[in-house]
Structures are given as C-alpha cells and as structure tokens.
Design a protein around this ligand. Structure first.
Ligand SMILES: *[C@@H]1O[C@H](CO)[C@@H](O)[C@H](O)[C@H]1NC(C)=O
Ligand SMILES: *[C@@H]1O[C@H](CO)[C@@H](O)[C@H](O)[C@H]1NC(C)=O
Ligand SMILES: *[C@@H]1O[C@H](CO)[C@@H](O)[C@H](O)[C@H]1NC(C)=O
Ligand SMILES: *[C@@H]1O[C@H](CO)[C@@H](O)[C@H](O)[C@H]1NC(C)=O
Ligand SMILES: CC(=O)N[C@H]1CO[C@H](CO)[C@@H](O)[C@@H]1O
Length: 194
C-alpha cells in the first residue's frame, strides 16, 4: 500500500518534471538493479552510485529504441570497454533529454538484453561481464537506468563536467520558471493523493 502510494507520488513528481515528454516507468526492475549495482560497489569498497535523472532519461530513450528487437540482435550492445557503443540516432536522443554530448562523452552507456528482465540475470549481466570493469571504477559516481521490453540500459556518469549529464538549460531563467510550475504541479498532485 505505502509503496504504491510512493510510486504514485513519484510518478507525479516525474510527470511534473518532464511534462510527460517521454515514457515514465515505475518499474521495480530498475530499482532492483540499482540496489544490486550498489551492493556490488560496496563489496568492492567503492562509494554507492547516486541517481542521475538526466542519464535515466537517456537510458529510457535508448531502451525505447531497442524495444521489440530480439536479444540476439547485438547491434550496439557488443560494446568494447572504454568506447561508446554506436547509436545512429544518439544526437536525437540526447536532444530529447536536453543533453549535449560535451556533458555526456565521459559517461558509459551499457545496454543489455535479458528475456523478461529476470532480476538475477539482469544483475549478472552487468557484474559478470566486461561491464563489471566500469562498475569497478571510481571515475563513475552516478547512474541512470532505463528499461523497455527485454532491454535494460545502465548509464554511468562522472563527477566531471564531461560526464555529468548536466542539461544545457539548467540554471537558465526559463528552467527556473519551469521548476516553479513543476513544484506547484507536484504539490497539487500530492494534495490530491492525501
Ligand atoms: C575497504 O576499506 C576499508 C576501510 O577503508 C579497509 O580497511 C579495507 O581493507 C578495504 N577492503 C578492500 C577489499 O579493499
Ligand atoms: C537489429 O538492430 C538494427 C539496429 O538497431 C536494426 O536496424 C535491425 O532491424 C535489427 N534487426 C532485427 C532482426 O531486429
Ligand atoms: C554543445 O556544447 C558545445 C560546446 O560547449 C557547443 O558548441 C554546442 O553549441 C552545444 N550544443 C547545444 C545543442 O547546446
Ligand atoms: C577492481 O579494481 C581493483 C583496482 O583496479 C582491482 O584490484 C580488483 O581486482 C578489481 N575487482 C574486480 C572484481 O574486478
Ligand atoms: C551484454 C550481455 O552480457 N548480455 C547478456 C545478458 O544475459 C543474456 C541472458 O543471460 C545473454 O544472452 C546476453 O548475452
């Protein structure tokens, strides 16, 4: 009960931030994976990854691109560590999330396909593959997760500007006005729920 209310609240918060401009998922797979990844980090004596909503936006967009493709289609998912997988329409996806490649290039995009997103398989897909080298790297401090269908995408972000996933209109006047109206929307949404 409490958790479904929290989920609804979260939905309102997200919807108000994004004006429902891209699909919002309130899925447990993503939370499970975040916890699993952070347990893995702690087991390696590294700090837990903090959530990065802008990276999650891009992860969601990329997962949306993979949706419907069979797991055997490894286009883009056979990544070489340290290189960005090639997504033909990455510039479009970045702009949907108000991101500039100059603030994302040091991040790491890691897509994986797991039938029905089985939670245990999903975690091992990141901790027991070449991706684990990225997780065992102090360079990365943040994470955004998105999923669609059988695909789940993890994006690691850094604390440097080149990998911060900072949006380019952050701090502008219109962004501040936007934030204010989003806050109002969120408060109204919360009131309705109480
Ligand atoms: C983890 O960190 C603690 C405290 O900094 C240290 O005592 C311990 O040896 C570290 N363990 C590993 C595996 O690095
Ligand atoms: C595999 O992925 C590529 C690139 O996204 C796409 O063009 C192609 O149609 C996909 N193939 C199948 C069988 O889904
Ligand atoms: C992205 O950043 C580069 C360098 O800071 C800048 O020249 C370019 O105009 C930016 N693009 C967008 C869409 O903001
Ligand atoms: C993680 O990185 C450290 C330092 O590079 C290395 O000693 C350790 O073996 C790595 N652990 C795993 C599980 O990859
Ligand atoms: C990138 C990666 O490791 N993908 C694997 C995820 O798990 C499925 C099923 O266990 C494998 O088929 C993929 O190769």
């Amino acid at each position: 009960m409490a958790s479904s209310r929290l989920c609804l609240l979260l939905f309102f918060l997200l919807a108000s931030i994004l004006f429902i401009s891209y699909p919002v998922h309130c899925v447990d797979e993503e939370d499970n994976l975040l916890q699993g990844l952070n347990s893995y980090r702690v087991s390696l004596n590294l700090t837990a990854l903090t959530k990065n909503d802008n990276a999650a936006c891009l992860a969601e967009e990329i997962a949306d691109q993979f949706k419907g493709q069979p797991c055997t289609n490894t286009t883009g998912s056979n990544t070489v560590p340290g290189t960005e997988p090639q997504f033909p329409n990455l510039p479009d996806l970045l702009s949907k999330c108000h991101l500039n490649v100059s603030n994302t290039r040091d991040g790491q995009i890691m897509p994986a396909c797991v039938p029905n997103l089985d939670p245990n398989l999903v975690l091992t897909n990141f901790t027991k593959t070449q991706y684990s080298d990225n997780l065992n790297d102090t360079t990365y401090t943040g994470v955004g997760i998105g999923s669609d269908d059988n695909w789940i995408v993890v994006i690691l972000t850094t604390s440097t500007p080149e990998g911060s996933y900072m949006t380019y209109n952050a701090g502008s006047l219109s962004a501040k006005i936007g934030l204010f109206s989003q806050l109002l929307f969120f408060l109204m949404g919360s009131l309705l729920l109480l």
